[in-house]
Design a protein around this ligand. Structure first.
Ligand code: UD1
Length: 435
């Protein structure tokens, strides 16, 4: 398994291009199963999560052909249910979207329970509630989820989500696209990739309105036709590079972004005395002065994203003063704090709150990536620390960041990936799940 070795303390300069959004890709690939024709998906990130989902479609009988590294043609006209997909579906969180897409396409579904980054209990009760409201009978047992629609087709329904859930919003939206009649989903999540999925489905003939607001209305259609769609850029990848520049100092132009999606992150970095200039499809991040402390509370979009919480914590570790970070989405998302403490960070966690006392500098140390975004935080910390940081378990990072080592090296970072043969324990980790 690869390790990253970082010699910290170098400011970052130059330009970095952001890849397509991981969380949009992992919703849109399963949704492609609904399309009765060839569907071209552009701006796909080159990460293991998207490769696994495309492989799942292939195992179900889809024809998947790469036009280039980031564009793929998917033809799902001859797909069918298959138990060959189970070892892959167990290894990826977003495989729960297959429940919605299989039910929408075949009127029945058969897949495994999803795994997930371990930041507390990750229930899927709201997904199940939505599918049941659309007329599916669902049974869960021995790690499998089986679902079947009465009369072979889902029907429209009114669904109120008890909790704002990105996954449930997406899953129900996918399932209802080909349902018979009108579906209204209230109290939905508003993340940019939810709007992207709605735009993708609408461009193939669906009738979905309201994505990006609290209420989504879907009029079921008989079929979707083929077409081309380009994914939005990744909000969290962009945010991670913004925090890297904030931590190290320097000046970087981050291109292929939608600045509006980054406002929640830009606002916090500005409070910390980082300068952010926005263009049409880029932001320039510049840090010349010492960082100031601030408080951060994670919330569903347009609030500060929980998936940026570890990275902003890594920056606040060496801001002047005391910062308070409150996690408003997950129950247990501070596991990585122990790794930052190995680098000299002074952080006290109490429940869903972390109190960060800024230190003069972090010191390089051997640390591990406990999950995808925690791993990104270790990279940010390593880049600004004095001395050498070695990061283990970078497989988690590579599930969500395309070519992170190459992109950072181009900005002047001293980071290398060192390959070592996998131990049996590491091979098991490869099969574990991701957010
Ligand atoms: C998605 C993201 C993940 C991000 C999270 C919150 C993907 C593939 N992953 O995860 O990176 O951290 O949004 O922005 O897009 N909940 C329930 N019942 C449910 C579903 C969720 O109680 O049926 C709770 C969860 O425990 C959590 C909260 O709702 O406390 C938000 O979860 P949700 O938005 O569903 O997260 P994911 O879709 O799993």
């Amino acid at each position: 398994m690869d390790k990253y070795v970082i010699k910290g303390g170098k400011p970052l300069y130059g330009e970095v291009e952001i890849s397509g959004a991981k969380n949009a890709a992992v919703a849109i690939i399963p949704a492609a199963m609904l399309v009765d024709g060839v569907c071209r998906i552009e701006n796909l990130p080159e990460i293991s999560d998207t490769e696994k989902l495309l492989r799942i479609l292939e195992l179900m009988g889809a024809r998947v052909s790469y036009v280039n590294a980031t564009t793929v043609d998917v033809d799902c006209r001859s797909v069918g249910l298959s138990n060959k997909i189970y070892s892959l579906t167990r290894s990826i969180r977003a495989s729960y979207y297959l429940i919605g897409s299989m039910l929408g396409r075949f009127g029945k579904a058969s897949t495994t329970m999803p795994g997930g980054c371990n930041f507390g209990v990750r229930p899927i009760d709201q997904h199940i509630k939505g599918m049941r409201a659309l007329g599916a009978t669902i049974s869960i047992g021995r790690g499998l989820i089986k679902a079947e629609a009465e009369d072979g087709r889902l029907h429209g329904a009114y669904i109120y989500l008890d909790k704002v859930s990105v996954g449930a919003t997406i899953n129900i939206m996918i399932a209802a696209t080909l349902a018979n009649g009108r579906t209204v989903i209230e109290n939905v999540a508003r993340e940019p990739h939810i709007v992207d999925l709605a735009n993708f489905l609408n461009s193939m003939g669906a009738d979905i309105r309201g994505a990006g607001t609290d209420t989504i209305k879907i009029r079921g259609v008989e079929r979707l036709h083929g077409g081309s769609y380009s994914l939005i850029p990744d909000q969290i990848e962009a945010g991670t590079y913004m925090t890297a520049v904030a931590a190290t100092g320097g000046e970087v132009k981050i291109t292929n972004v939608i600045p509006r999606h980054l406002e929640c992150i830009s606002a916090k970095l500005r409070e910390m005395s980082v300068s952010i200039t926005e263009g049409d499809d880029y932001v320039v991040v510049k840090r010349e002065r010492p960082l100031l402390c601030t408080n951060v509370k994670t919330q569903p979009y347009p609030g500060f994203p929980t998936d940026m919480q570890p990275q902003i914590c890594a920056v606040l570790c060496h801001a002047t003063g005391t910062s308070i970070i409150t996690e408003g989405v997950w129950d247990n998302r501070f596991k990585y704090v122990n790794e930052l403490k190995k680098m000299g960070a002074e952080i006290t966690v109490s429940g869903k709150t972390a109190i960060v006392e800024g230190v003069k500098t972090l010191i390089g140390a051997p640390v591990a990536a406990c999950d995808l975004r925690a791993g990104a935080a270790m990279v940010v910390a390593g880049l600004c620390a004095e001395g050498v940081t070695t990061i283990e378990d970078v497989i988690y990072i590579e599930r969500g960041y395309q070519n992170i080592v190459g992109k950072l090296r181009a900005l002047g970072a001293d980071i290398v990936a060192v390959s070592e043969p996998d131990t049996p324990e590491e091979q098991d980790k490869r099969m574990e799940s991701v957010c």
